[in-house]
Design a protein around this ligand. Sequence first.
Ligand code: ADE
Length: 224
Amino acid sequence: MRIDIISVVPALMSSFFEHSICKRAIQSGLVDVQLHDLHDYSSKKFRQVDDYPFGGGAGMVIAIEPLSTCLDHLLAQRSYQDIIFLSPDGQCFNQSMANQLSLSENLLFICGHYKGIDERIREKYVTKEISIGDYVLSGGELAAAVCADAIIRLLPGAIGDESSALTDSFQDGLLAPPVYTRPASFRGMNVPDVLLSGHEKNIEAWRHEQSVKRTQERRPDLLQ
Ligand code: ADE
């Protein structure tokens, strides 16, 4: 899989991809993540990429010219299953979107910043708009990192234990059950006996029961 991310502050994301599961997935060739600094596509003297909004009002808008130059440059090299604009206006990101996007060969993310991007980019290029929640971030960079992380960890081989991604919260529509590690007893707090029993069927049943209980208590909306 290849993921291209266009941003005015790519440095906000670069260290993210240098750690943990994403780093390993990149190193092992499962995914190629390319960050593109929009300033590199500006024709202006000081690499400017934003301008005042027509009609007035506060804040700057990312201009159509550098963004379309960057997009045309990338589109000349490959086609994308989706060109995704990260925006609070978008469809709320969830596990099923992550699952679906993880099947793509090429994905392109556009991170907004300032007041937003020229609407004509959304009309001409963007195929999907994604929000990571009902709040406004300073830019789409953290949202792009969130989506990329959720997608990359689903790629076969990205996680050491193959079954691990499948047992994540939400993957079966339920929250994940509690987990414990050694020691089995700490300051009078004990790990549930069933997990120490070695009885796989009982452990599986307990975990499912705990998942349902936790989902009922914390996210009953998921059960509807
Ligand atoms: N950009 C700004 N806020 C955002 C959000 N909530 N989700 C995705 N992109 C954003």
